[in-house]
Design a protein around this ligand. Structure first.
Ligand SMILES: [Zn+2]
Length: 383
């Protein structure tokens, strides 16, 4: 068989597919053709040695923003993704029924990163102003329009987004959650994703209205009513039970949602996020503390989470939730040839959380090469 590209001699790490070890990865026709210890380079048009590097599926960011506040990463989305090994992302409800078509137009004409999106329960999407968030004014809630937008865009829209927090919802009760869940049912039983940072209502009262497959995002925020309640000592039993029952906990870093003390405690207690994501926006990518997905992964690695657990939660797990099981977030032959190659670089790397705390990590994931649909999309310049 003729290969378009061969990545030779790297340490393959694809826990979702059960692949681990020094292997070559062959690509043909935009798909993964073979993964095996020794593939013939004379059959490849181009061979790149990735010896000493980690070879993973292209990363999948479960929570980022292409169009928050009207534009944000917009046409620059690829610029932020390709240099960090991200080939697929999920826009977490930047737009609602009234402006989803703008997101669609942006993606169709200006973005090569593979994207799916949650549709905001609010017609206006996330357009933050000091006068209140997108659902602080009840008439902006548009369950019918949201459900219709999802059913009319089945290739792009995958669920309902609700931001629950102070000045974000019209009332501090479970009503907004119930309405989001009802909207998701109207759209054919799709998942809902709920932002929970600094909730005015205890988390168990909200997740009681969610279903398995629904997503709680910002699970490691350090503000009010997080996964450890107001005591902030132990993960609440309702939260542990919800995760066991199939509710997904996503870590979405962002500028306000990632607290090292919470992470350290939660990991010590065995509470791992189901998906690892950035909540990336132009600001958090260009001035920190998020920077990119590998940096968020590096932070979890620093706090002792095993690398294979991290990779699974930034590849196969989010790919499955986005409806891409077996085709994205995996190196299995036949899957789309989205591949990220990383160096695990030793050194002293200063990392910050969202609340001004910092740590020094001894290892850091650094993207070296990104392949998207079989084509080299990024190569780190020689240093
Ligand atoms: Zn977000």
């Amino acid at each position: 068989m003729q290969y378009d590209l061969l990545l030779s001699g790297g340490e393959v790490m694809d826990p979702g597919a059960g692949l681990r070890g020094v292997m070559d990865v062959a690509i043909a026709g935009g798909k993964i053709a073979a993964v095996a210890p020794s593939l013939p380079s004379k059959q490849a048009l181009r061979t790149i040695s990735v010896k000493g590097r980690l070879v993973m599926p292209g990363l999948v960011d479960m929570h980022a923003h292409v169009m928050v506040n009207g534009h944000d990463m917009g046409g620059q989305t690829d610029h932020y993704c390709r240099g960090s090994g991200v080939t697929t992302l999920c826009d977490a409800g930047s737009t609602g029924s009234s402006n989803f078509s703008a997101l669609r137009g942006m993606l169709d004409h200006h973005v090569r990163t593979r994207v799916r999106a949650f549709v905001n329960l609010s017609a206006i999407g996330i357009t933050g102003t000091s006068r209140g968030g997108e659902l602080s004014h009840f008439p902006y809630a548009d369950p019918e329009g949201c459900a219709r937008t999802i059913t009319e865009n089945p290739d792009l829209a995958i669920g309902v987004k609700l931001r629950f927090g102070p000045n974000l919802v019209w009332e501090y009760s479970a009503e907004p959650v119930k309405l989001a869940r009802k909207t998701a049912d109207m759209a054919g039983g799709v998942p809902m994703m709920m932002h929970i940072t600094d909730s005015p209502v205890p988390l168990p009262d909200l997740i009681a209205h969610m279903k398995p497959g629904d997503i709680v995002t910002h699970c490691y925020h350090g503000r009010n009513h997080g996964i450890m309640g107001q005591e902030k000592q132990f993960v609440l039993k309702e939260v542990v039970e919800a995760q066991r029952a199939g509710i997904i906990f996503d870590c979405a870093h962002g500028r306000n949602h990632f607290n090292f003390r919470m992470i350290e405690k939660a990991l010590d207690q065995g509470f791992l996020p189901d998906t690892i994501s950035t909540d990336l926006t132009t600001t958090s990518a260009s001035t920190g503390p998020v920077w990119d997905l590998p940096t968020t992964m590096t932070k979890l690695l620093h706090f002792g989470m095993p690398l294979e657990d991290i990779v699974r939660r930034a590849t196969a797990n989010p790919a499955k939730l986005m409806g891409y099981e077996g085709t994205v977030g995996t190196l299995k032959p036949g899957a789309n040839a989205d591949i990220s190659v990383f160096e695990l670089r030793d050194g002293h790397h200063e990392l910050r959380d969202s609340d001004g705390n910092s740590v020094t990590a001894k290892r850091r994931l650094l993207a070296q090469l990104t392949v998207k649909d079989g084509r080299v999309w990024y190569e780190r310049p020689a240093e």
